[in-house]
Design a binder for this molecule. Structure first.
Ligand SMILES: [Zn+2]
Length: 475
């Protein structure tokens, strides 16, 4: 993405080589006397605005990383503009991601062993089962909007049964599709289990069911086509038909063909199976087997599935375009969206890219088994992330925002000069604004419309060496 092209004077100072000195006398006792290059600095807003100033004699271009901690359903206007010299400067301090708290380490969950198979044995080739799919754009709690799918087993292994909608003949499928599904699930499921936890055998048949039905190509009354999905309600035996089928089942679109996309879809959906299973186990531990509990929030649910997918399929064709979309429009892409459908962001590519990037970042700065802790809990959303990582969401969001901004750094060079910038910033979205002390001298004010809960970080892009002619070296 390109940083919002604003530019003006920020002012970092240049100390002889790499030391950037701050106008400490003006920012009060909480500000550091020296700014280290390559360090991110927290700028503390007061009453929704912040004022900064950097020394133009010594610093290079900087990014102002601006995030909103407000609800992701709202958008806010943020302005970055020249400020009156009389405005007091904001407190500035280095940002260091705190270590996880000991208390949280001790209260983290454990990954269960895979339970012994309850049997089930090999199915006969004419084994038949029925499932139900919500196929209209009507209410999901109204049974009239569900279609019954009769299916028969067309292939199986120790890990999986593949079932085909009886309205489809095997000859209509891409050659080798069923065999490839069996092969991939056999390969993927144990690896997903290692990362997230073992899948539940809800129906006691000892295998995961994969149902191929053309309904996936005409959901919501024919308007929506998806490659695959998994429903938490199927894993909850207290949910009656047709809202749940009391089965560990993964739904797949029969239009898929063998190849990397199929593998990516299977890895993603298998991760959903494992995560839903872990969550059901957690609710059973806490509230008993008849408790339905609550589902994980959509953004975190999808983040877990995409992270697993990325680990199993390099450059996943199901994921790479979504990451690209996010980096094209981070300011308008909310991270925390509990219900994608309600927010009209279901399958929004940029949102998926954001949540994948955020969780990937969280895992990079956390312990290796964080993924299974995220899945195996009754907590959800932000609270879940905080418990599993032992860190506050605010700190993780800032740390991730800085990482996102750093990706834009090469584009800092040669950016245009503007005196004032206005950004439309979504809640739990992040943007960066490039400021150049060569151009912008004086104070800079960052202010947002009420309720934005601004989070501001200053990030020097380049370290400028002092030169008699004012030329600079960029690292
Ligand atoms: Zn998903």
């Amino acid at each position: 993405m390109s940083p919002t092209r604003l530019l003006p004077p920020l002012l970092l100072l240049v100390a002889p080589l790499a030391t950037l000195a701050w106008r400490a006398e003006e920012v009060g006792r909480s500000a550091p006397a020296v700014l280290e290059p390559g360090v991110a600095y927290v700028v503390e807003p007061v009453a929704g605005e912040a004022v900064v100033e950097l020394d133009p004699r010594t610093c290079g271009e900087c990014l102002l990383v601006i995030g909103s901690l407000a609800d992701g359903s709202e958008s806010y206007d943020v302005v970055v503009e020249p400020a009156d010299e009389a405005l007091p400067l904001s407190a500035v301090r280095p940002f260091v991601l705190p270590q996880p708290s000991v208390e949280d380490r001790e209260t983290r969950g454990v990954t269960p062993e895979r339970p012994p198979s309850t049997g089930g044995g090999s199915p006969g080739q004419d084994e038949r089962r029925s499932f139900h799919v919500h196929v209209t754009d009507g209410a999901t709690d109204d049974g009239r909007h569900y279609a019954k799918v009769d299916a028969r087993v067309v292939a199986h292994s120790t890990e999986v049964r593949v079932l085909l909608d009886e309205n489809v003949s095997p000859g209509e499928l891409a050659p080798g599709l069923v065999e490839e599904i069996v092969r991939e699930i056999d390969d993927l499921l144990p690896r997903v289990e290692e990362m997230v936890g073992p899948p539940l055998d809800v129906d006691g048949d000892g295998t995961l069911a994969v149902l191929l039905t053309p309904w996936l190509g005409r959901l919501e009354g024919g308007r929506v086509s998806v490659d695959g999905f998994v429903r938490p309600s199927d894993f909850d035996t207290s949910v009656p038909v047709p809202f749940g089928d009391s089965a560990d089942v993964l739904f797949l679109n029969p239009h898929l063909r063998p190849g990397r996309r199929l593998k990516a879809v299977l890895a993603h959906e298998a991760a959903h199976v494992a995560a839903i299973s872990q969550r059901r186990r957690a609710w059973t531990r806490v509230a008993g087997p008849s408790s339905s509990g609550t589902v994980e929030e959509d953004w975190l649910n999808e983040a877990i599935a995409h992270v697993v997918e990325a680990r199993l399929v390099s450059r996943s064709p199901n994921l790479v375009p979504r990451i690209r979309r996010f980096h094209e429009s981070p300011a308008s892409t909310p991270l925390v969206v509990p219900d994608y459908h309600a927010a009209r962001l279901w399958r929004d590519d940029a949102c998926r890219g954001a949540t994948f990037g955020f969780l990937t970042h969280c895992l990079e700065v956390s312990e290796p088994d964080c993924l299974s802790r995220l899945a195996g809990t009754t907590d959800a959303g932000v609270r879940n992330v905080e418990r599993a990582t032992g860190r506050s969401f605010q700190d993780l969001f800032r740390s991730w925002s800085v990482a996102v901004a750093r990706r834009t750094e090469p584009e800092c060079l040669g950016a245009p000069t503007v005196r004032r910038q206005q950004i439309r910033l979504r809640g739990t979205a992040t943007a960066s604004v490039l400021v150049d002390p060569e151009v912008w001298t004086g104070r800079i004010r960052v202010a947002a419309s009420p309720g934005a809960r601004l989070q501001i970080t200053l990030l020097p892009c380049h370290v400028r060496a002092e030169s008699p002619k004012g030329s600079r070296l960029e690292e």
